[in-house]
Design a protein around this ligand. Structure first.
Ligand code: NAD
Length: 256
């Protein structure tokens, strides 16, 4: 058990990559605090973990505002009395990708609010709790869009900023033995990328995923567990000398 006894908070844990991370971490002995705006998804993931003999709780919170981020961390401490690892995973895709220079202010603010400000706010409230443990880790789910141009300007701006926030927090927190790393998933099969979230039919989702897969040297899109396994490594003591890094999990896409 690589996370035995640890308490982990996963934002956006009710779907996709966050769901896979919550399940994988629970398999390795972590007690998981799932935070999401989606109550149905969050509670579904808690049930899956409990059915498999793990421990998990769900808190409905919007991490893009101070009140939501603070309540997410408080609920985790109320439930488990400690926090060892924060996974900043909650995120939104851009609804405007073509000509993103022309995006409406509302969409810009909404996306930056979740993808970037949410990472800052959850870190801000979680770090004092992790410091009390004497060591810990933060794993930020950024994107290949943090280093290459995919997904629209506000999306790439948010993820590029998360990569730099990761490096800065890593330097600031290294003396406290808190490691901060980022993952850059490529084209992964989740409701965000398949189009399920936007109501695409199953057939259209399949076409979309196949077409994304053709762009990747590995010839396919990635499974959520392939990100979860890397998050597990970065959260665990196996990565004890790894901090301030972006690790892309993208089937070679950013190596082209
Ligand atoms: P998803 O849409 O399946 O899951 C995202 C979850 O975040 C949802 O459960 C949603 O309810 C939750 N969420 C959204 N806004 C929130 C808020 N304000 N407060 C709390 N929870 C909120 O998406 P996913 O593909 O699993 O994406 C997870 C992360 O991975 C995101 O940060 C995304 O940008 C990143 N990512 C995804 C891909 C991909 O191909 N799917 C690629 C690179 C990066």
């Amino acid at each position: 058990m690589r996370l035995a006894g640890k308490v982990v908070m996963v934002t956006g844990g009710g779907s996709g990559l966050g769901e896979a991370i919550a399940l994988r971490f629970a398999e390795e002995g972590a007690r998981v605090s799932i935070i999401d705006v989606d109550k149905v998804g969050g509670e579904r993931v808690v049930s899956q973990i409990v059915e498999r003999g793990g421990m998990a709780s769900f808190t409905a919170a919007d991490i893009s505002c101070t009140e939501g981020a603070r309540s997410a961390v408080l609920a985790t401490i109320d439930c488990y009395g400690r926090l060892d690892v924060l996974v900043n995973n909650a995120g939104l895709a851009a609804t405007t990708i073509e000509e993103s220079w022309n995006v409406e202010e509302d969409e810009w603010d909404r996306l930056i609010g979740v993808n970037l400000k949410g990472v800052h706010l959850c870190s801000k409230f979680a770090i004092p709790e992790i410091k009390k443990r004497g060591s810990g880790a933060i794993v930020n789910i950024a994107s290949i869009a943090g280093i290459v141009s995919v997904g629209g300007g506000h999306y790439t701006a948010s993820k590029g900023a998360v990569v730099m926030l990761t490096k800065t927090l890593a330097v600031e927190l290294a003396p406290d033995d808190i490691r901060v790393n980022a993952i850059g998933p490529g084209f992964m099969i989740t409701p965000m990328s398949t189009g399920e979230r936007d109501g695409l039919s199953e057939a259209d989702q399949k076409v979309r995923i196949e077409s994304f897969g053709e762009l990747v040297p590995a010839g396919r899109c990635g499974q959520p567990v392939e990100v979860a396994n890397v998050a597990l490594f970065l959260a665990s003591d196996e990565a004890s000398y790894v901090t301030g890094q972006l690790l892309c999990v993208d089937g070679g896409f950013t190596a082209i």
